[in-house]
Design a protein around this ligand. Structure first.
Ligand SMILES: [Zn+2]
Length: 118
């Protein structure tokens, strides 16, 4: 619905996610660069290498999550029936949309789906 602030919320959140993603991407690149330097030195402790690798994998995971979230926000911006639950057709709670503007499920359906599992 125009003028209810939803679109603005979505755009703002997408901007934030985009910035966050960019930050994480730079960190991943940075640590990959640092790691390739470390690998060429002989005195690197294996435990340090392992924890570096672990951290890098974690950041990569964070990056992928942010990437997916940005995609969902983009899709939400294109959706005509924003704010309507795709499962039961009820209006999605305003509070829920504030926290998760890209959601297409109301709180009840989200809870039911989470309980049922995939
Ligand atoms: Zn629902």
């Amino acid at each position: 619905m125009p003028g209810d602030g939803r679109e603005e919320e979505l755009r703002e959140t997408r901007e934030k996610v985009r910035e966050e993603k960019e930050k994480v991407r730079q960190e991943v690149e940075e640590s990959a660069r640092a790691a390739s330097l470390e690998l060429s030195s002989f005195d690197q402790h294996p435990a340090d290498l392992a924890s570096d690798l672990f951290l890098r994998e974690q950041m990569q995971g964070v990056y992928e999550l942010l990437d997916r979230r940005e995609e969902r926000l983009d899709q939400a911006l294109q959706r005509e029936d924003r704010g309507i639950c795709v499962r039961c057709g009820r209006t999605i709670e305003r509070e829920r949309l504030k926290i998760l503007p890209e959601t297409d499920l109301c709180a009840r359906c989200a809870r039911e789906l989470a309980e049922k599992g995939p």
